[in-house]
Design a protein around this ligand. Structure first.
Ligand code: SAH
Length: 359
């Protein structure tokens, strides 16, 4: 087929907007309003397969099912749920299977007034941060738009509740796959009606990609209102390199310079994440150093007590130690929060469910 061929091969349909679905229906010899029906069933009703969309003519559904059966299955492009684990606090981790047989994790984190979905942007991750379970297995591939949006739909379906927030803090490094991350954000906002301000993209830093993210976000989304969270984890370059091997090629000052560029381009503040590893980066002296590093940078710092993973023997700091660090940072820097641990009893740390069930 030539590249000029219009949308007939535009499957998977998940990830397409209303106009694209209408164009696709028309290219299939159907009236344009079939696009509106598809949109309604894919996004509002959460259909899992074309066969379920009973408002569509049966003959059309059958011929499409026949055409696409050899090409990765149903044209909608939903993933399969392979495993589910629910913690006592309701945190629900799903292991999903892609059309090409890979597995990825997504987590629904409920509270009284929120349902946050922690989505993966890649299967695996090449960044190899030492405290991260995902990093132990390397990268398989980046996810496509439909595979990211599918995670939000899957959590909505399983938890029977509308997600209010999405954080790109599951498997993978979102800044290595900017286009699909932005296309997924576009779809979540336009087709699922989520507010961009309730979406967070978390990165450990990939050299020179932050200004690109800012510029493309403005191009693709019209405005960049999602939150950018940067995983800092250390107040100095030497310790950061110990914890994050890729930091070697991206000095802290260069990373912070790019954060400032991001703020200039988007007009949004940046948040920083700081994992607390007992005895390594949780000394009050390091809180002082962190405040000094961020001096003059209006930003929120989120402290994340380490979730133990099997492969490493880092220590989770005691609540007293976490509180002492928080207090010193708060006095000197201002906006600081501590992430409450959720679902610890069910392998809550990033990438753990998948590692446990792969082989
Ligand atoms: N690659 C991106 C997003 C995925 S990780 C990033 O690094 O930001 C999302 C967050 O979870 C990061 O802040 C990461 O440092 C943190 N994280 C990873 N493993 C963890 C663990 N074992 N305990 C606590 N936080 C962890």
């Amino acid at each position: 087929m030539t590249t000029a061929a219009p949308l007939p091969q535009a499957v998977p349909l998940l990830g397409l907007g209303l106009g694209e679905l209408e164009a696709w229906a028309i290219s299939q010899g159907q009236p344009g309003f079939r696009g509106r029906q598809l949109h309604d069933w894919i996004y509002a009703k959460g259909a899992r397969s074309l066969a379920e969309i009973s408002v569509l003519p049966k003959a059309w559904r059958q011929s499409l099912a026949h055409e696409t059966s050899g090409a990765g299955g149903d044209p909608l492009g939903r993933s399969r749920e392979l495993r589910r684990s629910v913690a006592s606090d309701g945190t629900t981790k799903l292991l999903l299977g892609t059309a090409d047989g890979l597995t990825l994790e997504t987590v629904g984190i409920p509270s009284r007034d929120r349902l946050t979905v922690c989505v993966s942007s890649q299967v695996g991750c090449p960044m190899a941060c030492r405290f991260c379970a995902t990093g132990k297995g390397g990268l398989q591939r980046s996810l496509a738009v439909h595979e990211i949006v599918d995670q939000v739909l899957s959590v909505r379906e399983v938890m029977d509740r509308r997600p209010s927030h999405v954080v790109f803090m599951g498997m993978g490094e979102p800044l290595l796959t900017i286009d699909s991350v932005l296309a997924a954000i576009h779809c979540l906002c336009t087709d699922l009606g989520m507010a961009q301000r309730r979406i967070t993209v978390s990165t450990v830093g990939v050299p020179s990609t932050l200004p690109t993210l800012a510029e493309r976000a403005l191009e693709r989304l019209g405005r960049a209102q999602f939150t950018l969270a940067v995983s800092l984890h250390a107040p100095d370059q030497a310790l950061r390199e110990q914890l994050i091997p890729t930091a070697h090629a991206y000095p802290l000052q260069a990373l912070l310079h790019d954060c400032r560029r991001y703020v200039e381009i988007t007009g949004r503040r940046v948040s920083f994440e700081y994992i607390l590893l007992g005895g390594l980066n949780d000394h009050p002296r390091q809180a002082v150093a962190l405040a000094a590093l961020l001096r003059g940078f209006q930003s929120h710092v989120n402290l994340i007590p380490y979730n133990p993973i099997e492969e490493e023997d880092f220590q989770r700091p005691s609540p007293e130690r976490v509180e002492a660090f928080r207090r010193v940072l708060q006095e000197r820097h201002g906006a600081v929060s501590v992430r409450a641990s959720r679902g610890l009893d069910e392998d809550a740390a990033c990438g753990q469910l998948r590692r446990r069930h792969s082989g």
